[in-house]
Design a binder for this molecule. Structure first.
Ligand code: ADP
Ligand code: MG
Ligand code: ZN
Length: 494
């Protein structure tokens, strides 16, 4: 049997976060109001109206293009893409065809299976408008034009992807970047990011690409992966049985887990693209593009590398923390607050909490509480300063780890500060040697059998005995001091 190589190119549509629509002043928030309330003569396509270009949408497209290492402009031309469908009242979509805003870029994607980073070429990124939405009910279909005219960013890759897993990795990376930029929520399940996959196979070693099939209706990462695996297997089986792949557009039937032919492939000619006569060419002055470049935030991969370098995190931690920009910023704000907090002169320790410890707390306790409450970082009531204050109490030996977690739970619930909670709950750590010596004595007196067994060589009982001493302190003992005293008590014969 011939071995085949898979070739994939992706076309992604992402809704751009703007206040108003692409060519009119209607709110671009299409989901939170009743159908057909965010509409006007422009987006309803009444005769005689004129479109006006949304500057923010153009700037966000350029921002995305820059993050994807694209060249910008120097000019872009809006074009009419003509086709008829019930969700498209104008009978054409305003898009960009020959001259897109951004072209010729790439992004780096980690290919886990090969343990390497691969560059995926970006053919173009352009700006267009979304269609309305059809709502199918019983025997009728209803049209909601709230979404008609919402700005859409289309990003097209070179045929550089070689498997469904690579396609998945690319989409994840793209999603991360768009979110970092604040260009799109890029939420696939909510339709804010949609994907069409072009896929073909060729015998390994062949120079020419095979005939491609375009798969639409991919509404989740899972659907992308399943449909590509399915389509690759279908094409190989077809070729192996002596058949030939026909260039068609297919839809993914999620319920039945298969691709279904929607239509034989239309070509660009079918759309009769022509320059939009109602809009002038968009000239991008280099100074404008440069001003937008200055607004590029640190991107996810750069942030991960810096977290490792600057804060001594390991790769895994750095990735978890950098995955979402607000989390990364929160983490760094806590680190900043810790390193700038004044260490009390009476505490011998001048060393502040390590960034690594902050990372552990954020990915451990904080994530656990966020998950349990089902909320995101934006809902956190603990300010970075208050977080740092708690960590410094632990660092200074005034609170043990268990108590600190308890206090953190209360802080998370109420937004109150740590010292106040420590006082109210009486949790201040007991480090006083006399008090702890008492606790050790009481624990040993209660469990003579275990003490004898320990002394007889059962060393693993030490941890259990520590637990009993901690109980005597009602959880407030300083573990380091307790350990020392317990070791001493157990090694002296009494
Ligand atoms: P079309 O005009 O049919 O839309 P394009 O040349 O615009 O085709 O390419 C659309 C997408 O298909 C791009 O992402 C491109 O990388 C990808 N592509 C092109 N040729 C192939 C192929 N033979 N196999 C897989 N993907 C392909
Ligand atoms: Mg296409
Ligand atoms: Zn409108």
């Amino acid at each position: 049997m011939t071995t085949y190589e898979t070739i994939i190119g992706l076309e992604v549509h992402a809704q751009i976060l703007t206040q108003s629509k692409m060519f009119c002043g209607c709110s671009a928030d299409y989901a939170s109001t009743p159908p057909n309330t965010h509409v006007c003569p422009v987006c309803m396509a009444l005769p005689g109206v004129l479109p006006v270009i949304n500057r923010v949408a153009v700037e966000k497209t350029i921002l995305a293009g820059l993050a994807l290492s694209c060249a910008i402009g120097p000019a872009a031309v809006f074009a009419r893409k003509n086709y008829h469908y019930a969700d498209l009242p104008k009978g054409y979509q305003i898009s960009q065809y020959e001259l897109p805003l951004c072209h010729g870029g790439w992004i780096e994607v980690e290919i886990k299976a090969e343990g390497k980073v691969k560059r995926i070429g970006i053919t173009r990124a352009h700006l267009e408008e979304d269609t309305g939405k059809l709502i199918h009910t019983g025997d009728a279909s209803l049209v909601d034009l709230n979404r008609a005219g919402v700005p859409l960013l289309e990003i097209v890759t070179e045929p550089d992807l070689r498997s469904a897993d690579e396609a998945h990795a690319y989409l994840t990376q793209l999603q991360r970047i768009l979110r970092y930029l604040g260009v799109s929520t890029a939420d696939m399940e909510k339709g804010a990011m949609r994907c069409e996959a072009n896929v073909s196979v060729r015998p390994v070693g062949a120079e020419k690409f095979g005939t491609k099939v375009e798969v639409k209706n991919l509404n989740s990462f899972r659907a992308v992966k399943e449909s590509l695996d399915y389509e690759v297997a279908r094409q190989i089986a077809l070729l192996e049985s002596g058949g030939r792949v026909v260039q068609v557009t297919m839809g993914w039937d999620d319920e039945r887990g298969r691709t279904v032919v929607q239509r034989t492939k239309e070509t660009a000619d079918d759309y009769r693209y022509f320059p939009e006569p109602d809009l002038p060419p968009l000239v991008i002055e280099p100074a404008w593009a440069e001003a937008i470049r200055m607004r590029l935030p640190e991107l996810p991969d750069a942030k991960v590398a810096r977290f490792i370098r600057q804060w001594g995190l390991d790769l895994k931690e750095a990735r978890v923390l950098a995955e979402e920009r607000p989390v990364a910023e929160y983490f760094e704000a806590v680190v900043e607050a810790v390193t700038t907090s004044v260490v009390e002169p009476q505490t011998a320790k001048a060393v502040t909490t390590e960034p690594k410890t902050v990372a552990n707390w954020v990915t451990g306790e904080l994530f656990r509480l966020l998950n349990a409450a089902g909320v995101g970082i934006e809902a956190v009531k603990i300010t970075p300063t208050a977080f740092a204050e708690l960590l410094e109490l632990v660092n200074a030996g005034q609170l043990n780890l268990n108590s600190a977690k308890k206090v953190f739970g209360v802080m998370f619930e109420t937004g109150r500060r740590a010292p106040e909670i420590v006082r109210d709950l009486g949790l201040a750590q007991v480090s006083d040697a006399d008090a702890l010596t008492d606790a050790v004595k009481q624990a040993l007196a209660k469990y003579p059998t275990e003490v004898a067994r320990y002394r007889g060589g059962e060393e693993k009982l030490f941890g259990w005995l520590m637990g009993q001493v901690m109980r005597e302190t009602r959880g407030k003992g300083n573990p380091a001091v307790m350990k020392e005293l317990l070791t001493k008590a157990l090694s002296s014969d009494s």
